[in-house]
Every structure is written in C-alpha cells, then in structure tokens.
Design a binder for this molecule. Structure first.
Ligand code: AHR
Length: 498
C-alpha cells in the first residue's frame, strides 16, 4: 500500500543547483592529508596516494576547501612552499596528524601540492586564509603567489618552485570560525577584520588579476551573531560597498550518538539533528537579505556532516563509516536542492579518513565509504534546475518534533529529463512511495537504489566496500509519469524520468 507521495512540479523551478554544492573539505587533521591524499609526512619524495587520487577523480568533486578548519587560522602558507627539505616543521596548534595526538606539521604538503592535487582531480580550489593569527599582507601575498602572472618576487618564487602559469584560484575564505578557534571575536570585531582582509585580498588585488575573486566570510550557527556581523560588515559608514560574496556556517550533528551503541530511537534523533540544516540555511539567508540590498551574497555550508563521540582529537577525528551517516548525507543534499535559490556551495567534512569522509584508507587499501556512494547517486543533480516537490510522508514523533520518514528532491536537466532522489530515513520499516512527475510521459524510467538489505549500523571496510554500490531498483510505471517504488528501510533511491 502506498504510504508516501512525492509530486514533482517540473514547471516550478527553484534555481540552478550549483555543482559546488557537492563540494568537499580537507584539513591538516588526523589522516586526511598525511596517509590520506599524501603517503606520509616525509618531505623528501613525491607523495600523492594514487589510489586516493583516482577515487577523488571518480567522485568528480567540484570544489575542495583547504587547509582548514581551525588549522587555517594558525597556518602560514610560506612554510609550505619551496624545496620540501627546507620547509620548517611547525606546531599544529589544533590537531594531531595521524591517529595519535602529535600536534606537529611537516609542511610536506603545501600550496603547490594542494593545487596540483586539484588539477589532478579536476576540482576548483578554495583556499582559506589565516585571519585569526595572520595579517592581511600575508593573505594578499598568498593571492599574489598563486594567481599573479607578472614580474614580482612572489610570482617568480612560484615559477622557481616549478609552476609557471598562475593557478587562478577564485574562492578565498577569510577566516574560519572566528567566533571560536579563529580568534574568539565578537561579530563586530570579525566584521572589521573581515573588511580589512578583504581590502587587501580582494578589492586591491583585483586589478592585478583582471578578474574578481569570490570572498567568503565565516558565520555561526548562532544567528544573532550572523545578524550582527552582517549589520556591521554592510554598514554604509565604511564609504565603499562591502566586499562579500558568500557567507558560510558549519553544521555538525550526532555528537552524543556512538553508532555501535545506538538504537533506532537514537537514529531518529540523529536524522532530526541533520535536518536542522534547513533552518540554518533559512536563517543565514535571512541575515544576508536583511542587509544586502545591492549585492548577491550566497549561502555556503563549508563544513557539515556527522561527528560522533568516537571522533576525538586522539583518534584523528576518525569514526566508523556507516549506512546511517550516508542516509543523513542524502537527506541533507535533498535540503540543499530545495534551497538552490540561495546555496552557492557546501563542503562536507572531511574528504579522506576524518569525520564523515567519502574515502577511507586502511594501510594500502583505499575505498569509498557509503557516503561516497550517496554523492555518486546525487551527481546527476549537479548543474540541473532544482524544482519544487510536494511530499506526503509518514512521520515519527521524536522529542516533541516530527521526523519526516521519507524525503525527496528533484531537478530537471537541459533536455527536460527529471531526476528525483528519495530517502527512506525509517530504519525499521519499508515505505511504498508514489512519485508523480508532472508533464512526464514515463516512457523512459531508470531507477537505482543504495543500501537495500544493509543495516544502518553496517560499517564499511576494505573487504565489504563494493557491496555498497548502487543496485537497480524495481519500480512500476504508469502512463501518466507516475512511478511507484518500495523503499526498503534505510535506503536511498535515484530515479530519472522522461
Ligand atoms: O572539521 C573539524 C573542525 O570542526 C574544523 O577544524 C573546525 O572548523 C570545526 O570546528
């Protein structure tokens, strides 16, 4: 019996789903860089992990944020360029590297290595400049080193370091969590610092580059803070327009729920926490709208995902890769689609080994986690026009709130093909879902599903990683574009309909 209905209003467009909404984040933390994308922290050899690079290329990441996170606001980029054997070994003020709390940074992997990685995997780099303990000159110099094509000492230094052509890095974050690890600033203080940095990094360097950079400020889940930041940063007293292209915040969920110990009530709570991102996007967009009458400022969520109690400094923020986490990612990506009118990017934390990574390494093995499979399933949405869906779904009461058990989103490509993703967050029961795609004939329907027959707490490892790949999903199709499918407990479906 049908107990959920998804109606896709193909004529009710929301906006383009920016491909960058499927972006990623890599920090010098635990085994993300060292033993993740780079073989170890040795400074004397080329160390890309080809297996990880291949998996990253396969995921087709649109954008990758680096070097942090909290690490960014104590990072001095000049430590990480030039001959590796000459680079200083420094503290890592916030994190250990590897699975132990050894807070040291070899600087073997620096700017040129990161930008080479981005080219190898065909992804747009997003550099996060140090506002907390750095200064605007250092940040402006970084822009010059990577982007300038002229005849200056810094551009020449890049050439001496093996790179003739400028990298043309477009995305520049100015600070990270400056309400916390990035300097514990008040919103007004950060707004002033932000403008000071933006003056040197963006407005002044633009004429050296003949293109504009996209400047990104870091907000907070406390929306009064964001409101005060926007009020100050946009204040007309400055005399010139405020240089801000995107405002971001971070949303982690699951900090009290250890997956091996959790039960299904905890799962429901976890999904509700994940879905709070909807509220944060709305509140962030409303803080922006309250003050930006002349600028188009996008919403970015440049760190998000599960953070379970297992992920601690002493474990390099590692936690098991489960179906449960992957289901939450699918639900969040659906929310992003519904906010395509304001969302310009998102970056799940983190790319390799850390938190809700997409790729894990175990010794010589590297493999995709279930969350990586979700990104593959959602990939057809990238660049499509998001369209409105109406969803009738059973719900479950969780702490006075209602968890919608079936979620979905939809988009249309340039040829009019509709792509619908749907998640059954109910880990206890299957739900039969009827999808009605307005204006579709149903002549050509293709459906795949993830995680059928796999328990939510199933943990991926090198031996079972292939079992998380998508399978065909059985559907029945009516002539009027109605597709019916049974979604087993804790599964995600991707359905294309013409
Ligand atoms: O992703 C781990 C940490 O979480 C980042 O360094 C920081 O920005 C956030 O608090």
């Amino acid at each position: 019996m049908t107990d959920a209905r998804v109606t896709v209003h193909t004529e009710a467009g929301i906006d383009r789903i920016e491909p960058e909404v499927h972006g990623h984040f890599a920090e010098h933390l635990g085994r993300c860089i060292y033993d993740g994308v780079w073989t170890d922290d040795s400074v004397d050899e080329e160390g890309f992990r080809d297996d990880v690079v291949d998996l990253l290329a396969d995921l087709e990441l649109p954008v990758l944020r680096w070097p942090g996170g909290c690490f960014a606001d104590d990072y001095h980029w000049e430590d990480g360029v030039g001959p590796r054997e000459d680079r200083p070994r420094r503290r890592n003020l916030f994190w250990g590297q590897g699975r132990e709390m050894i807070p040291e940074e070899s600087n073997a992997f620096g700017t040129d290595e990161f930008l080479e990685l981005c080219e190898r995997i065909d992804t747009e780099p997003y550099l996060a400049a140090n506002v907390g303990s750095g200064d605007p000159q250092e940040a402006a110099n970084w822009v010059e080193y990577v982007n300038y094509d002229g005849d200056t000492e810094l551009a020449d230094r890049r050439r001496e370091n093996g790179r003739d052509e400028p990298y043309n890095v477009k995305y520049w974050g100015l600070g990270n969590e400056n309400w916390g690890c990035g300097g514990q600033m008040s919103p007004e203080q950060y707004a002033r610092e932000y403008r000071r940095f933006a003056t040197y990094v963006g407005t002044q360097s633009a004429h050296m580059l003949d293109y504009d950079l996209d400047l990104i400020a870091c907000g907070f889940e406390n929306h009064e803070w964001n409101h005060r930041f926007m009020e100050e940063v946009s204040d007309p007293k400055w005399g010139v327009e405020f240089p801000l292209d995107h405002l971001t915040l971070h949303h982690y969920y699951g900090r009290t729920m250890s997956v091996p110990e959790a039960d299904e009530d905890d799962y429901d709570q976890f999904f509700l926490e994940a879905l709070e991102i909807d509220h944060h996007i709305e509140r962030l967009a409303s803080a922006i709208n309250a003050f930006s009458t002349t600028r188009d400022i996008g919403v970015i969520i440049d760190e998000w995902g599960s953070w379970h109690p297992e992920a601690q400094g002493a474990t390099g923020l590692e936690q098991p890769g489960t179906v449960l986490d992957a289901l939450s990612a699918a639900a969040v990506l659906d929310v992003f689609n519904d906010h395509a009118d304001v969302m310009t990017m998102s970056n799940i934390a983190q790319t390799v080994n850390v938190l809700q990574c997409l790729i894990e390494t175990q010794g010589d093995d590297a493999f995709k986690r279930p969350t990586g499979r979700v990104y593959d399933l959602y990939a057809p949405h990238k660049g499509n026009e998001a369209v409105t869906t109406s969803i009738e779904t059973p719900t479950r009461e969780v702490d006075d709130e209602e968890l919608p058990l079936v979620g979905a989103s939809a988009s249309v490509d340039d040829d009019g093909e509709v792509y619908v993703t749907a998640t059954n967050l109910d880990t206890r029961a299957a739900h039969t879902v009827e999808f009605t795609v307005e204006d579709a004939t149903g002549d050509d329907v293709d459906a795949t599903v993830l995680f059928e027959g796999q328990d939510a707490d199933l943990v991926v490892d090198a031996d079972n990683a292939d079992t998380f790949a998508a399978d065909d999903l059985d559907v029945s199709v009516d002539g009027d574009g109605t597709v019916t499918a049974e979604l087993e407990p804790g599964t995600v479906a991707g359905i294309s309909v013409e």
